[in-house]
Write a protein of this length. Structure first.
Lengths: 304, 246
């Protein structure tokens, strides 16, 4: 059994809202697997089903070789879950929270301290402080320590880096890499497309459907069009002018650039250059680039 | 000569012995999209509150749309708009009621509110949902509506606080196109964010760390200077607080 998670055609609705519309994917043991999608895509619902906290309407979910519905009691001891909202006890201290979670799982902090030492050492100087009074970055480290204290085989992290600044975000991913080296399978969701490249494999999810599952590299390699990045001094006029170009396929702003794909792949840099020149754009730059995850995501959203 | 719509000179704001803003000086031009970045606790919120006329500096000179921050805060408030992703619209009012409410708060005459409301609903393609509660709308729609409401009174400057977090990549781009369109009409856009990918869309950005502005330039220039492929990498290189990450 090499799969940590096997999701087969999982469906879940809340009244009219179809949160998951047939989700199938598998996560290998020892992988860092990313679930990438915007708010409302269904990430949290899928995680609740994987962590045995919610029942699917249809489909089969197998986690660590056990059925997530019938095997929930065993599974809960093997899974560490860090929900998106901070859900530790705000009126207990750092240390009390950690001991509480260890006790609930029938273990002690001392027994598994090795696993959390790297992370917990950052907040240990503040172990007497109430959890509710910690900064965002410290709360995140405490929540991760508590999710790990029973030495889970599978760690499920729901948007751990949302609302965290760039520096802490980078550190957090470094911690995940270290945990992976200790043999823990990690399933992590994020709305940040750029974090996809930090995962071994990713699933792109939107509107309760999986758009693609693969390694980040293969996902971008499968992008079917040539793509150009274009710049000029007037961003808004650039976007509208490029959309008016007769062979324009998709035109979207990407930071300081516009990403352009043609209706066919016959469009060349020089054509775009001349077209924008005629329209009196200044400081025009056109170059062909390799697509990123976000280009792929937009493409898959449009074709699905 | 380009016109400065925001002018800040030697701005200092202290809270007791703590210096939240340590001698800030910068200008923002008319029609510019200016990104104001910094880690949590770097002093962004303190500075923005001052720029909006909600709080006074300890010392320094600040002019917003030509008005003095010490003596003309009411005029400043009439010339700025504000949008935060989280708090802008009333969830238990309908789309139309939110527009009416903000129009009223900004002191627009009823006739003008009605005109603007029809035009705005039409432009956003939201005429059919005009009587729906905000709570039931997709996040992308809420953001576009919140931005439109923030510029209902044709302010000279609009302040955006983390405007596009969480939405899908297409909705996010539609939102930025609205911002570009507004800026190309001469409105200045002041974006506070700690999402570095939002920073990539700005004309110029400043990065704050421990109360000081440690960098200010175009995203392209900063990437060149710090030899980094993204604003995110620039930020990681220079915005780390010197003491600790906590």
């Amino acid at each position: 059994m090499n799969q940590a998670i096997l999701s087969e055609d999982i469906r879940k609705s809340f009244g009219e809202v179809k949160a998951l519309q047939g989700v199938s994917l598998d996560v290998g043991r020892g992988e860092i697997f990313g679930l990438i999608g915007p708010d409302g895509a269904g990430k949290t619902t899928l995680f609740r089903i994987i962590t045995t906290l919610m029942l699917p309407d249809a489909g089969r979910m197998t986690v660590l070789g056990l059925d997530a519905v019938s095997g929930y009691k065993t599974l809960r001891r093997k899974i560490g879950y860090m929900p998106g909202r901070f859900s530790l006890y705000q009126d207990l201290s750092v240390e009390e929270n950690l001991h509480f979670y260890a006790t609930v799982f029938g273990t002690t902090v001392r027994e598994n301290y090795d696993l959390i030492a790297d992370i917990y050492s950052h907040i240990e100087p503040f172990k007497k402080r109430l959890a509710g009074q910690l900064s965002g970055g410290m709360k995140q480290k405490l929540a991760l320590s508590c999710a790990l204290i029973h030495k889970p085989e599978l760690l499920v992290l729901d948007e751990p880096t949302t609302g965290v600044d760039a520096v802490s975000r980078k550190e957090f991913w470094e911690m995940l890499k270290k945990l992976q080296q200790k043999g823990i399978t990690i399933l992590v969701s994020t709305p940040y497309m750029d974090e996809a490249t930090l995962c071994d494999r990713v699933a792109l999810i939107q509107g309760g459907r999986i758009l693609d599952v693969d390694t980040p590299r293969r996902i971008t390699e499968k992008f079917p069009h040539r793509i150009f990045q274009v710049r000029s001094d007037e961003m808004f006029r650039l976007i509208t002018d490029l959309r008016d170009f007769k062979k324009a396929g998709s035109v979207f702003a990407f930071g300081q650039y516009v990403h352009f794909t043609g209706l066919d792949d016959e469009v060349e840099c020089v054509e775009l250059d001349n077209y924008l020149d005629k329209l009196n754009h200044t400081n025009v730059l056109v170059e062909e680039i390799a697509p990123g995850i976000e280009d792929v995501f937009i493409h898959l959203m449009k074709v699905s | 000569m380009e016109e400065n719509i925001i002018s800040v000179r030697n701005l200092v704001r202290k809270f007791g012995s703590f210096t939240a803003n340590d001698n800030l000086s910068f200008d923002v031009r008319k029609g510019e999209i200016f990104g104001f970045l910094g880690a949590n606790g770097a002093g962004k919120t303190t500075a923005v509150r001052i720029l909006c006329g909600l709080s006074k500096p300890t010392s320094g000179e600040v002019k917003i749309a030509g008005f003095d921050i010490y003596r003309e805060t009411e005029k400043i408030k009439r010339n700025i708009g504000y949008m935060s992703q989280r708090f802008s619209l009333y969830e238990d009012l309908t789309v139309a009621e939110n527009i009416q409410l903000y129009g009223g708060i900004y002191g627009l005459p009823n006739r003008l509110i009605r005109e603007k409301q029809a035009e705005l609903l039409n432009r956003l393609g939201m005429t059919d949902v005009r009587n729906k509660l905000i709570a039931g709308l997709p996040l992308g729609w809420k953001q576009k509506l919140a931005f439109s409401v923030a510029i209902l009174h044709d302010p000279k400057i609009v302040f955006l606080d983390e405007p596009t977090g969480g939405v899908d990549p297409i909705a996010r781009r539609q939102f930025w196109e609205m911002i570009y369109e507004t800026a190309s009409g001469g409105t200045t856009i002041f974006v506070t964010t700690h999402y570095m990918d939002e920073a990539e869309y700005c004309d110029r950005i400043s990065i704050m760390s421990e109360g000081k502005i440690v960098a200010l330039d175009t995203p392209a220039a900063l990437k060149r200077i710090y030899q980094a492929p993204s604003v995110e990498e620039v930020f990681v290189k220079i915005a780390r607080p010197s003491k600790s990450l906590l």
